[in-house]
Design a protein around this ligand. Structure first.
Ligand code: TH1
Length: 828
């Protein structure tokens, strides 16, 4: 229907992707002079970053448009990844790499007098997530694009990402992360895509002319969802997918009444409240706090996303029953579970589909990924709060529950307790909506994120549902990480070395090709190059530590790293108690013994939830120990303790390649997977860890000689906890010495640490005392083995060679094959 003259003009003047360096430079200068309205005389690094990223962004948009057109014409099934968190980090380096224009931009800006490294540093992290769950979503969308699946991410455009952490007097201090100050070149605002979202109000039903009962939800508050699109370029492919983030805006209408009543100011104030819905990311990891604003965020995001997805489907004029053939929706944890109810509501209330047919569509559309078994992380919403905010959804949940319980009762007529156990409604005061149960009932597949975890959910928290649905509904998809960011970008030298041996960079797309370096594990020349790169990365981290913490660390020492959210179950407290034990041992050493000891730098990093007292106390203790140990002349180079403030994705890219040992020491059965464990090993660091999460599969892949495991197994945890509760379990003697040192004031005011210590001497829920001796033994082995440089480096090489399984490309292929039933679309 487009006239051919117009078509010809579009073809003639259509924007092309720049290919060469000069074209990039031309675009760069054009953006400096027009987009930024600056000139050669006032183009600083920030302006240069902005101009370069504008040029790269334009290129991504061209690829994005092509991809979206292709996907629309192909009209095949798409996958939508719903995640309340996308912990993206910086975009520029990744965009250059994936688009294959890193070399031309690098030398392009160099000719103009800029260093690419300095420009990259200008970009703030997009820190729209807490930790592993958010970073997993970021790795997954990178892999979905890189493996050519038609897939979109849907999330919230928080104005404030995870808070910035400073350490003041040893304590964590939070400040807001307003990351949009200089605007964000990586997003495309879609002001034309506005969706009305309703909260509160009431429901009513009536019988229409056809004698059908119709439910309506009306009279509530309206806000508007506006779309911001972030292009997600695949690596080594034209495919550029979309991450659509929603921002809340006031609707234009809703303040008219007050306006007419003359109360203009208060009507504006009211409308400003709408903006707060997407303003800030909740800073809790593995913890649920039942705040109404959080439920509002969840519904706002889910309703906008589903409206969008349904609108796209309706353009194809297919019958509703084909919806699951065109659409797969993955629920990243229970945060988007309302989507199940919202789709059912759209189908029955708006589209007139019968209940059973609608429910069939819903359950065939959704898949649910569980990421934790910790009881304090499982979402439950009080029924009164829920009913008030989303009255129609509450009604639908009651219906879903009724039909489900009727089915269960029919299947197991004699099991009286079963119904109460599996009901979506928990009979507490007040009643609670159990979101995980709703997610299971509303999905066709439920998966855990590592083998042990996927077994645990079947035998513990979701046991009854295995009885009801059978085991096939429950499966495992072990997490993965993108080798683009976590090998090539973070560790370019190692990536180059591997490429020189493998013959190409194909391993970045097919990580199993790493296997080709295994025969070189004992090659002295290769070992030398390997060691040199590790040294370089350690020096890079040492320079960062010098800059941020103000002291030097010895790059020949063993770098021992634990960076992750601070949480009792992750047991940073056990690590710092171990450090204190080491310190006391060094103090007791003779000169001769000191000569034999392995020097260590113990590096910590991670944020605590702002209201998590115990985690904050752990941070304080680490900093207190650091201060004492680092200033103790008896210790010298044998021990340094570092707390790196404000751990984030960009810092991880510096820290991960620099480790000799990293610690993943959660109480067995508590860490669902962990993903930083994979990052560290992929970069040639060995793991000191418990038999938990993905550590288990890493052990299987790299071989048990190439990992240091310790501690009780998940199967004994319950018994051990029982013993602590019902009998006197003696405290580990080495731990007692550590506590004595703390209590005698060695690390400052001991009152600060009273509750931290009594959590261990008391019920010791995380089994710190039970695992302590085993932990110290494993540490001793690490010290010994690190002295044998040849064996150490060959273990490091062998481990890396066997990490292919942990590519997120593999994880995405598994989801696509066994849950989504989507196929790649080639861009050829
Ligand atoms: C994490 C898990 O703790 C971690 O083991 C896993 O590797 C990661 O998810 C990715 O699968 C989780 N993060 C959160 C965050 C919230 C709630 C639950 C979990 S589980 C807010």
């Amino acid at each position: 229907s487009i006239p051919s003259e117009s078509r010809q003009l579009w073809q003639k003047f259509g924007v092309k992707e720049f290919g060469g360096k000069e074209e990039f430079q031309q675009e760069f200068i054009r953006h400096v002079e027009t987009t930024l309205a600056r000139s050669i005389y006032n183009c600083d690094d920030l302006a240069a970053y902005q101009a370069a990223s504008q040029a790269i962004r334009d290129r991504l948009i061209v690829a994005w448009n092509k991809t979206q057109q292709k996907h629309t014409t192909k009209d095949r099934k798409r996958v939508y990844y719903l995640s309340l968190e996308f912990l993206m980090g910086r975009a520029m380096d990744n965009a250059m790499l994936n688009a294959g224009i890193k070399d031309i931009t690098k030398s392009g800006v160099a000719d103009l007098g800029f260093k690419i490294e300095d420009l990259l540093e200008q970009e703030p992290d997009a820190a729209l997530g807490n930790g592993g769950l958010g970073r997993l979503a970021a790795c997954f969308i990178d892999s979905i694009a890189s493996t050519n699946y038609p897939g979109w991410g849907y999330g919230l455009r928080y104005q404030y990402g995870i808070f910035k952490q400073r350490i003041v007097d040893g304590y964590q201090v939070e400040s807001p992360d307003y990351w949009l100050t200089f605007s964000n070149p990586w997003e495309i605002p879609r002001y034309e895509i506005q969706i009305d979202i309703m909260f509160y109000g009431y429901t009513r039903k009536y019988t229409n002319d056809d004698g059908k009962v119709v439910h309506v939800w009306e009279g509530g508050e309206q806000v508007q969802a506006v779309a911001y699109d972030v292009p997600v370029p695949g690596y080594g492919t034209e495919t550029t997918n979309n991450l659509r983030l929603w921002a809340s805006k006031p609707t234009r209408e809703f303040d008219f009444e007050k306006f007419n009543a003359g109360d203009y100011e208060s009507s504006v104030r009211e409308s400003q409240k709408a903006e707060t819905i997407s303003a800030v990311l909740y800073p809790n990891d593995n913890f649920y706090s039942g705040k109404e604003l959080r439920l509002k965020q969840q519904y706002f995001w889910v309703a906008a996303s589903l409206n969008d997805i349904v609108r796209r489907f309706k353009k194809t004029h297919r019958p509703w029953k084909e919806f699951p053939d065109q659409v797969a929706i993955q629920l990243n944890d229970t945060h988007p579970t309302l989507a199940v109810v919202e789709l059912q509501r759209i189908l029955i209330d708006m589209e007139g589909v019968e209940w059973d047919a609608a429910w069939n569509i819903v359950t065939n559309t959704f898949g649910y990924t569980n990421h934790t078994v910790l009881p304090e992380a499982l979402e439950k919403w009080p029924v009164p709060l829920f009913t008030n905010l989303l009255p129609r959804h509450m009604e639908i949940i009651y219906e879903i529950n009724l039909f489900f319980l009727q089915k269960v009762e029919k299947m197991f007529p004699k099991e009286r307790d079963l119904l109460a156990r599996v009901s979506i409604i928990e009979e507490s005061t007040p009643q609670q909506v159990r979101m995980a149960y709703l997610a299971i009932i509303g999905s066709h597949k439920v998966n855990g994120v590592a083998e042990l975890h996927s077994e645990l959910i079947k035998t513990t928290i979701f046991k009854d549902f295995v009885t009801i649905y059978g085991p096939d509904k429950f499966m495992n998809v072990t997490n993965g990480i993108t080798p683009r960011r976590w090998l090539h970008q973070a560790n370019p030298k190692l990536s180059d070395l591997i490429a020189s041996k493998v013959g190409s960079y194909d391993f970045l797309k097919d990580l199993n090709l790493l296997k080709k370096i295994e025969p070189l594990a004992h090659d002295p020349k290769f070992q030398d190059e390997w060691v040199t790169i590790k040294k370089f990365n350690k020096a890079r981290l040492a320079a960062h530590i010098k800059q941020s913490n103000g002291f030097e660390v010895n790059v020949n020492a063993l770098f021992d790293v634990q960076v992750k959210r601070i949480h009792e179950y992750k047991r940073q407290q056990m690590n710092i108690f171990g450090v204190i034990h080491r310190y006391l041992s060094i103090k007791a050493m003779t000169k001769e013994e000191k000569k034999e000891a392995t020097p260590r730098v113990c590096i910590f990093g991670g944020k605590s939830a702002p209201g998590y007292y115990m985690a904050k106390t752990i941070i304080k203790l680490i900093n207190a120990v650091s201060e004492v140990v680092n200033a103790d002349a008896d210790v010298g180079d044998l021990l340094k303790v570092v707390f790196i403030a404000d751990y984030n994705v960009s810092k991880a890219e510096i820290i991960v390649p620099a480790s000799d040992i990293s610690q993943h020491i959660s109480t067995a059965g508590t860490e669902a997977s962990g993903t930083s464990n994979m990052k560290f090993v992929l970069n040639g660091g060995l793991i000191l860890g418990t038999v938990d999460g993905a550590n288990i599969e890493i052990t299987r892949e790299v071989g048990e000689n190439n990992i240091f495991l310790f501690g009780h197994l998940a199967e004994s945890v319950e018994d051990l906890r029982h013993k602590h509760r019902f009998s006197d379990v003696p405290l580990d003697p080495n731990l007692e010495k550590v506590f004595n040192a703390i209590e005698s004031g060695t690390f400052g005011d001991p009152n600060i640490y009273v509750s931290l210590i009594s959590s261990v001497t008391g019920s010791d829920y995380y089994l710190v005392s039970d695992d302590f001796q085993s932990y110290l033994d494993a540490q001793k082995l690490v010290d010994q083995d690190f002295k044998n440089k040849d064996t150490w480096v060959s273990r490091s090489i062998t481990a890396v060679a066997n990490m292919g399984f942990f590519s997120s490309d593999r994880a995405i292929d598994e989801y696509a094959e066994s849950i989504w039933n989507v196929e790649p679309i080639s861009m050829e």
